[in-house]
Design a protein around this ligand. Structure first.
Ligand code: M6R
Length: 596
């Protein structure tokens, strides 16, 4: 996820150190490129940007030496266009009169770039931040003032974003918020604006929170808010921020895991926007469609996404795909695959050694390598013929949450498209996820005291919910250090049922179509004294047979697994706390496993 920061001061000065410090405070979000721009009193701009970490880029490009009255720093997490100096932000307009940077995604970037080129503008990168600048340039060139140009640009730019922009020869900066965070700070002799509160807090606690659909104009001694709809001024009282730095980095949540769980509606919305717009999707589907055989390869949570991906592909596109754990790919399929086959390698980090080992074998055999990857610029991205970014931003907590959700959402989208179905309904998912969080959190809380001291439990699912049961069990064992086994519900009677005794907890994750089958399994457990907990849509057949029912919004069989993931994440998180552990950093584990 990108981060932006802009500052307007009352006199020209050395702004480099301020911008570097702001960049360092934005860096917890994760990024691959860094850029700074300053606007000087003589009407010139100084723009320096490159791929790399803040301190390295600062040293290489001597950012500390930059002077000006106004400055912008941007940390970029590549989504549109790979990490490169030219795609790094900020960007200039055609003749260098405007300089700006954004945070978020402009999903009609490809169409806009074509329009700008056709209109004779100089488009230097393929990054969507540059489209924000040209969208304003388009109207400035038609004679509109900056506020009017930004208002008009707002209607051209589709997606969720916030941007900050300055024009040479002026004494102010402008920012616009549409779906991405934006907060203003009032400092002695300066004002600043940022995507993130933590980059502002060390400078001031006097802040103003900008709302969606608002433009902010920043002078050194004051700020003005305008409604984008009609340009009318907005009155808003300044606030005194009470958040601590640490709490601000976690967005006010006590842990990154909880923050990332709650980010899911937002990241799903961004991914769906992106997939609707990205040419990658049809290119990937073309390659998948021509494959002799399709393999879905990953480890841990990413493997569970592959399992669900194979069910979606079979059901929606009539396409068989073999899900396989990356290390097992080598002995099980390695000698048999060839240039007619395609593998989709799935990884949050893009650096998991087990996955890269499998790719080495696949490449040797001439197989086509596609990927779903969150960390752009990772080895997996570079190894892939085509990749689809998961667009989750940085996932800090070791347990994967939002990246799993976007992996399964990406598979669902691909399967729908490949099967020739409409993806229109995908737009409902963010709201359904939000409803699920709101509805299930208290239900999970009501259950936690009874489960907190259980050292053994099972998590069962069937069909579309089988991968979710495996993922729920992995999450539970990862952060609670208990023994929790995920299993196909029908397999339970083939052995593990012998473990059931009075009060033994078994979680059943059920889709609406599978209730009758699950009810049999539930009764096999309860009649032996086990405690059955179901996660599913409201259903009388479930309610009368289980001890506890965690009710999901009615969303149908395809969305049900996505929604069912959330209460299991919440349960894991809450049980981890009750047992006295840190869910963000479970013992013995690492976020990125670069070893065999
Ligand atoms: O970065 P990757 O997706 O390749 O990582 C694979 C697994 O190590 C990872 O999913 C792991 O299972 C999670 N931390 C579980 O929450």
């Amino acid at each position: 996820m990108c981060g932006i920061f802009g500052i307007v001061t009352d006199k020209e000065q050395q702004l480099g150190p301020v911008l570097i410090a702001a960049g360092q405070r934005l860096s917890y979000r994760g990024y691959d490129s860094v850029g700074c721009a300053t606007l000087l009193d003589d009407g010139t701009t100084d723009l320096r940007k490159d791929v790399g970490k803040v301190n390295d880029v600062a040293e290489r490009l001597r950012l500390a030496e930059m002077t000006g009255r106004r400055g912008i720093v941007q940390l970029r997490w590549a989504t549109f266009g790979g990490p490169s100096p030219v795609n790094a932000q900020p960007h200039l307009d055609s003749d260098g009169d405007l300089v700006g940077a954004h945070n978020g995604n402009v999903v009609n970037n490809a169409e806009l770039r074509q329009q700008f080129i056709a209109e004779g503008m100089t488009v230097r990168s393929i990054n969507d931040g540059e489209s924000c600048v040209h969208a304003v340039e388009r109207y400035v060139d038609q004679g509109y003032d900056m506020v009017e140009a930004i208002r008009r640009a707002y209607h051209d730019l589709e997606g969720d974003y916030a941007f900050v922009i300055g024009r040479v020869g002026e004494d102010r900066l402008y920012a616009l918020k549409k779906g991405s965070g934006l907060v203003v700070g009032l400092v002695e002799g300066a004002t600043c604006v940022s995507s993130d509160l933590p980059s502002i807090l060390p400078l001031t606690r006097r802040i103003l929170r900008v709302q969606d659909g608002e433009i902010v104009i920043l002078w050194a001694d004051r700020v003005e808010l305008r409604r984008v709809e009609d340009g009318a001024p907005i009155e808003r009282e300044m606030e005194i921020a009470t958040e601590s730095m640490e709490a601000a980095e976690k967005g006010g949540y006590p842990h990154f895991m909880l923050k990332e769980i709650h980010e899911q509606p937002q990241v799903v919305a961004e991914l769906v926007h992106l997939m609707e717009a990205a040419p990658h999707v049809s290119q990937m589907i073309e390659r998948m469609a021509t494959a002799r055989h399709l393999y879905l390869v990953g480890c841990g949570t990413s493997y569970h996404a592959c399992l669900l991906g194979s069910v979606y592909l079979a059901r929606l596109a009539g396409r068989a795909a073999s899900p396989v754990l990356a290390p097992q790919f080598i002995p099980q399929y390695g000698p048999a695959v060839g240039p007619e086959d395609v593998g989709i390698f799935v990884s949050q980090s893009g650096e998991t050694k087990d996955v890269l080992n499998a790719i080495a074998v696949a490449r040797q055999q001439g197989m086509h390598i596609l990927s779903l990857v969150n960390v752009l610029g990772s080895t997996l991205m570079h190894e892939s013929e085509r990749y689809l970014p998961l667009a989750c931003g940085y996932e800090i907590s070791v347990p994967a949450t939002k990246t799993f959700t976007n992996q399964i959402v990406a598979f669902l989208f691909l399967a729908l498209r490949m099967g020739g179905h409409s993806t229109e309904r995908m737009a409902q998912l963010p709201d359904l996820l939000q409803d699920t969080l709101v509805a299930t959190e208290p239900q999970v809380a009501a259950l936690e005291a009874d489960l907190a001291h259980q050292d053994d439990l099972y998590c069962l699912g069937y069909g579309l919910t089988y991968p979710i049961a495996l993922e729920g069990a992995l999450k539970l064992k990862e952060v609670t250090y208990t023994h929790c086994e995920g299993m196909l519900s029908t397999e339970f009677k083939h052995g593990p049922l012998s473990a059931v005794h009075d009060g033994y907890p078994v979680i059943f994750v059920t889709g609406p179509e599978d209730v009758p089958l699950l009810v049999s399994g539930i009764n096999e457990t309860t009649c032996r004294g086990g405690r059955a907990i179901a996660i599913g849509e409201e259903d009388e057949r479930l309610r009368t047979n289980v001890h506890d029912l965690i009710v999901l919004p009615q969303a149908g069989p395809l969305f049900n697994p996505v929604l069912a993931t959330l209460p299991l994440q919440l349960l894991s998180y809450r049980l981890s706390l009750l047992r006295g552990y840190d869910p963000d950093f479970p013992r013995n584990l690492s976020k990125t496993l670069t070893v065999d």
